[in-house]
Design a protein around this ligand. Structure first.
Ligand SMILES: Cc1ncc(C[n+]2csc(CCOP(=O)(O)OP(=O)(O)O)c2C)c(N)n1
Ligand code: SF4
Ligand SMILES: [Mg+2]
Length: 275
């Protein structure tokens, strides 16, 4: 079953975390019996973005930073599709950040997997917004601050079973129509920024903490802020609203366009500027 998702061999460096993200995605799709002909994987630009080349599903390689609007539009056009957007921290949190915030707000039923390695791997190691020691951005915390968010999780390629579980949970949330499933994965770049040793000690598994309630946004926010202050990185299911409804927002492509009314309005505007 899993082999059918993978027609091409990845071109990543040996040991790259992105292998683990792809393995978890393939396994989770198989666990959920998602037919490959009903699945669309879209990706941004970066080493991470090549993930869509390796899947036996439909695929689309979006412009740099533009994977989320492309994925949202795909889902709007065909809500029956399992739509998965994927990309790197540079793609999603630098050039693509505006789209992330608005996708949090809009809550479309798609899954977004961000492979966070703290750098731009493809262009040889420049700092990304999540580079530690540079006022690193926490996209999970950002997501918690947007009240329309419905699913926020973080995995680590060092914990493949948990990552597979989180990926399946994210896919299920979106496929059941509850809205936007955001999954960040700590996915080290072993060539330009090997964070495996550092993240091994800094990550903390919220799934293993019985006192943590991922359905309580306020306490999740407080806990994540407190962990950040201690230089710890929360991993696991961070926030989940299992009864959420997807956002409804006007689709410009299907807007009711009335050419006569538009022509009259246009003439009126032009008349106002006539001398
Ligand atoms: C418009 C545009 N600006 C800049 C680039 C150069 N560029 C290619 S990939 C990339 C960042 C990749 O980093 P990330 O998204 O974190 O992926 P990674 O390679 O780390 O997996 C950049 C800046 C580009 N391709 N297009
Ligand atoms: S450069 Fe880094 S991110 Fe890119 S494939 Fe190699 S290890 Fe992975
Ligand atoms: Mg990166």
């Amino acid at each position: 079953m899993t082999a059918t998702y993978r027609p091409a061999e990845p071109i990543w460096c040996a040991g790259c975390g992105h292998f683990g993200v792809e393995a978890a995605l393939i396994a989770a799709l198989a666990d959920l019996d998602v037919p490959k002909e009903e699945t669309l994987v879209l990706a941004g630009i970066g080493c991470s973005g090549t993930i869509q080349n390796n899947m036996g599903t439909y695929g689309y390689h979006a412009l740099h930073g533009r994977v989320l609007p492309t994925a949202t539009g795909s889902w709007e056009a065909n809500p029956e599709l399992t739509v998965i957007a994927a990309g790197g921290d540079g793609d999603g949190y630098a050039i693509g950040m505006g789209h992330l915030i608005h996708t949090f707000r809009r809550n479309p039923s798609i899954t977004y997997i961000v492979m966070n390695n703290g750098i731009y791997g493809l262009t040889k190691g420049q700092n990304s917004p999540t580079r530690q020691g540079t006022a690193a951005l926490d996209a999970a915390l950002l997501g918690l601050s947007v009240l329309e968010t419905t699913f926020i999780a973080r995995g680590f390629t060092r914990a493949p079973d948990q990552l597979r579980r989180l990926t399946a949970a994210a896919l299920t949330h979106a496929r059941q129509g509850h809205g936007f499933a955001f999954l960040e994965v700590l996915s080290p770049c072993v060539t330009y920024n090997d964070t495996y040793p550092r993240w091994e000690t800094e990550h903390i598994d919220l799934d293993a903490d019985d006192t943590y309630d991922p359905t309580d946004r306020s306490s999740a926010f407080t806990r994540v802020v407190a962990l950040e202050a201690e230089y710890r990185i929360p991993v696991g299911l961070i926030y989940h609203d299992p009864s959420a409804e997807p956002g409804s927002f006007p689709n410009p492509a299907s807007a009711d366009i009335d050419p006569v009314r538009n022509a009259e309005a246009y003439s009126g505007i032009i008349d106002r500027y006539r001398i």
